[in-house]
Design a binder for this molecule. Structure first.
Ligand code: ATP
Length: 566
């Protein structure tokens, strides 16, 4: 029997459809779906779900054809298109992300990452660093300070012009932000109405801080400037050669006018950035442009109100839609990074900034955009910054920032041909949205996150908790795996219940220790996405997990078993 449950989170009501099911001796409540925030809508949605379930049940009870029998064994994954509020509720419920200062009512634009969120965030950062720094010879990393010399922000132009324009929509009265260049050109993002230009006012985005007694500085609004101020030292000490890059991951702070959409626009966030330097006289990209296809939306198509066109990034360079090979290279590389970690390529496009959108330092900027439930939005900006930053810092510091280019045997002030700049939290949202599935057969959410990003890599279950020998062996396996992986030990409830818990938080592998394990020194390992299970030796678990995390199919590692036959 299904029933509606109201849950209060952060002062707001959320409705869910749940059902009591018996598991062994216990009766537990299982979530059948999220119903939204409105009571009437929730009741309507609940009726629809129950109706659908009844229909499916009657299909299942019909005599099964041979094909039907085979089909029943396979899990039926359905992609769930959830809203940003639903994702926030899920993240809150499962321990990924909490509103910061929640016990005091929350604090707009600030979020805390829970025990699973911190692992996912760290895994995203590690994957980004491995791909962009560790596995390349041309990029070195730094970790700059959050508060630095205030002159940095004068030189970069932030003190003067890092601001947004606060606007109110004449029609729906909602507050929003736009930029100076966009005022009068953009419409309200909620209702398409006009912004009231009379009440529009400038809003400085940098947080000021007092350092010591009387010295004013700022919390950095981007990580990039620390790369520029350290450029010459890093170039020389890391023995870089042009073309080359410097990368950094770290916190950035912006006093956003209207923080919204969960992690998408917050006041404290993290950036993963690269400044890629070239000699302006030798700008040709020596790297192969990854062979990827994506929706391309250039300035002209936007002006003419045309649709974006799907094409290979290489082709858009040939057709001169993308002007520089370096831009094509970095756009394709960044897209490839997301794809290689399981993001859905259909949800991505690249969009060129219109002339009036360009920042003062940029000659050309393309964004990698993602189809969020609230529309296509910037995920990563990739700007051509020229020599703006290094020449500004030369001017303000009166230091020579030119470096020796061994290819031309001359000193040069390099240009930043591309600045791939990605928010960690926006990447976090992409991986959550693209991995959120509902399995009709299992009747629960399955977070199909790439095993290398999954917060917890494996769960270890003793099949029964009453058998001391099984529990002891399970604990030994758990302790040994813990040295190399983030794993959990779970004895709570039936094995089915434990699988559901693991699936919902994206644990890719569940290891079950049973009677046979005691004699044969082997275990069953189950893969989250297919529910397939193989029997492997205890001595092989570590290697199997390592290969599985790298994306190999676990069927390669042992004999497939059908646990229902046992
Ligand atoms: P937007 O137009 O969305 O405000 P932006 O163009 O100001 O973004 P950049 O200055 O290019 O953003 O910052 C680089 C990246 O940092 C963005 O692509 C985004 O991923 C991330 N980012 C910027 N502002 C925020 C924010 N307030 N909250 C979360 N991430 C952010």
């Amino acid at each position: 029997m299904a029933f509606i449950v109201k849950q209060k989170v952060h002062g707001k009501d959320y409705y869910y459809l749940r059902k009591s099911v018996r598991e062994g001796k216990k009766v537990i409540s299982k979530c059948l779906g999220y119903l939204g925030k409105d009571k009437k809508q929730a009741e309507k949605k609940a009726r629809q779900i129950i109706e659908k379930m009844k229909k499916e049940k009657s299909k299942d009870t019909k005599p099964a054809s041979h094909l039907g029998k085979l089909k029943k064994k396979v899990s039926v994954m359905e992609k769930q298109n959830i809203s940003i509020e639903e994702l926030a509720t899920f993240c809150r419920r499962k321990g990924f992300v909490y509103p910061s200062g929640e016990i005091y009512g929350g604090f707009a634009g600030f979020w805390d990452f829970g025990h699973l969120g911190v692992e996912l965030k760290n895994n995203i950062k590690r994957a980004w660093w491995d791909f962009h720094v560790k596995q390349r010879d041309d990029i070195a990393g730094i970790d700059g300070s959050i508060i630095t010399h205030p002159k940095t922000w004068e030189a970069s132009g932030h003190v003067e012009s890092f601001s947004d324009i606060f606007v109110v929509c004449k029609k729906c009265k909602k507050q929003s932000k736009t930029s100076k260049g966009e005022l009068g050109k953009t419409k309200c993002e909620f209702c398409g109405g006009d912004y009231d230009e009379k009440t529009a006012k400038e809003f400085k985005l940098m947080f000021e801080v007092m350092v010591g007694g009387d010295s004013k500085s700022y919390l950095r609004p981007e990580t990039a400037q620390l790369i520029f101020t350290n450029f010459k030292s890093v170039y020389e000490n890391a023995r870089l050669k042009l073309p080359c890059g410097i990368a950094q991951i770290g916190k950035a702070f912006r006093n956003e006018i209207a923080p919204r959409d969960f992690l998408f626009r917050s006041r404290e966030f993290e950036q993963m950035e690269i400044e890629y330097f070239v000699n302006p006289k030798k700008e040709v990209c020596p790297y192969e442009i990854p062979d990827v296809e994506i929706l391309v939306y250039d300035d002209e198509a936007q002006e003419k109100n045309q649709e974006p066109v799907k094409m290979k990034i290489k082709e858009s360079l040939k057709k001169k839609i993308i002007k520089k090979d370096w831009h094509a290279y970095w756009l394709a590389t960044e897209f490839l990074w997301f794809k290689s970690l399981g993001a859905n390529p259909e949800n991505f496009r690249i969009r060129q900034h219109k002339k009036y959108e360009l920042s003062h330092y940029s000659t050309d900027t393309w964004d990698l955009e993602y189809k969020f439930p609230f529309g296509w939005k910037e995920l990563e900006g990739i700007a051509d910054r020229g020599d703006y930053d290094l020449s500004q810092h030369e001017k303000f510091s009166k230091k020579d920032l030119k470096v020796f280019d061994s290819a031309t045997e001359k000193k040069v002030l390099p240009h930043v041909v591309c600045e791939p700049s990605l928010g960690v939290e926006r990447a976090f949202l992409v991986f959550m949205f693209d991995s959120y599935f509902f399995d009709k057969k299992r009747e629960n959410i399955v977070l199909k996150i790439h095993p290398s990003l999954a917060p917890v890599k494996a769960a270890i279950f003793p099949i029964v908790k009453t058998n001391e020998k099984i529990v002891k062996l399970s604990k030994e396996i758990y302790s040994s795996l813990k040295k190399d992986f983030n794993v959990v030990f779970d004895m709570g409830g039936s094995v089915g219940r434990r699988y559901s818990r693991a699936d919902e938080t994206g644990i890719p592998f569940c290891i079950t220790v049973d009677e046979l394990s005691l004699d044969k020194k082997d275990v069953t390992i189950r893969f989250r996405d297919s529910t397939e299970q193989v029997r492997i030796k205890i001595s092989e678990i570590n290697k199997t997990l390592k290969n599985g995390i790298e994306g190999e199919n676990i069927k390669k590692f042992g004999k497939l078993v059908d646990t229902r036959k046992k």
